[in-house]
Design a protein around this ligand. Sequence first.
Ligand code: NAP
Length: 459
Amino acid sequence: MTPATYFIEATYLLASVLFVLGLKAMSHPESARRGMFYAEAGMLAAIIGTLMHHEIVSYEWIIAGLVIGSVVGALMAIWVPMTAMPQRTALSHAFGAMAAALVGIAEYSIHGAGLGTFTLGALGFEVMLGSLTTTGSLIAAGKLQGVVRGTPIQFKGQQIFNLLLFSGTLASFIYLLLHPANAAAFYLMVGLATLFGVMLVIPIGSADMPVVMSLLNSYAGLAAAATGFVLSNSVLIIAGTLDGFSGLILSILMCKAMNRSITNVLFGGFGAVHAAGAEASGTMREISLDDAAVQLAYANRVIFVPGYGLATAQAQHAVRELAAQLEARGVTVKYGIHPVAGRMPGHMNVLLAEANVPYSELYEMEQINPEFPSTDVAVVIGANDVVNPDARDNPQSPIAGMPILEVDRAKSVIVLKRGQGRGFSGLENPLFFKPVTSMLYGDAKASLSQLTQAIQHAA
Ligand code: NAP
């Protein structure tokens, strides 16, 4: 080995260790930020190592790519709002997967039948997963952004069609392994996998996109690992495998949080049948700001339940101020965090951490649910689906079985939202019609600030 090779292997080893440490640190909100720094440092080490490679003949294109990629990445990080983070992540998966697929296509067009069976197998796997993840992630991003219809797009015989498409992709892959020189089989496999990515994601509703995205993330990781085998690149194998399996574990955890199976998410067409949800009837009771302030000021125990509306209103600082005001009056304040509240895993944790809400005040669903019956006021801040009692009480509901934060068991519930808007699932929420519930209409940030002021002036 030359000194340059030693250096490259050392940077790859360092990068791999940093990726593992990064993932470990990201498993807890308090150390997650540090985890991101480890991962960034790991990526930098891997890039430096790769740039030292002796096979590089010219740096012009590489530098051009680095500059364009860095500028686009920085602009996206600066300008994409937090609420659009899921579609931004889906786009990143699409780019990562496209890179893996293009590397595979380039390798095949250069070496063709000269690749050994093992390498060709890894390459086929890489190109198949890379192609389907590219189009699947683009559709997912389009659905989340509202460019592609968010409700499931279904047609008669769809599952048979998808099965045929999947079998065709696999068949061309196997044919390629038996006849490595047959470029037509290779490009047929690429085309079928690309189409399969589209067909796999269009029948899935937007509400299930987080699970789909983490599955696609897993595929992109596995495609990268396969690229590592093709290029004999150890850091790609390690990072790809870490990415592949952490994505898979996240998908399983999210399915658990919604009480669904992966097959139900992928083939259940969730969200296509809004009519199946009970149409709650009755009237919603409105509460005035002053009355809500009095209830909160004289409560002993208050639980805040944030949801997507907290993110759109950017109300994380306002809720922290209200909590501080209440705590100064001796009220016990806690936050109930649902695992899929908002639009991405950990969305509420990130927002509340940004506002310096102490981590010790955040409670997971299982911890906080038993506390609602002894809570004076549950304040729902822009949450809807995650507090929908239909999920628990109505077996016909499309979200039946999804675990919820049981705010309706509190002595009183105040819901902060702008109007009659529905949640992500598009379902009506019977919570808003319950006698225990009152509605405080308005933008969450404005309502919270006004409540803080009103309580400040309360005796
Ligand atoms: P949600 O069901 O989407 O409901 C959000 C509510 O916030 C709406 O009913 C809306 O009502 C209100 N709202 C919007 N802007 C507001 C503002 N500025 N001020 C006050 N209220 C505002 O939210 P959720 O309860 O957090 O549930 C999350 C849903 O998203 C679940 O269905 C979940 O499966 C899905 N999802 C989750 C993820 C994830 O990983 N966390 C990702 C994608 C999708 P008004 O219009 O009347 O104000």
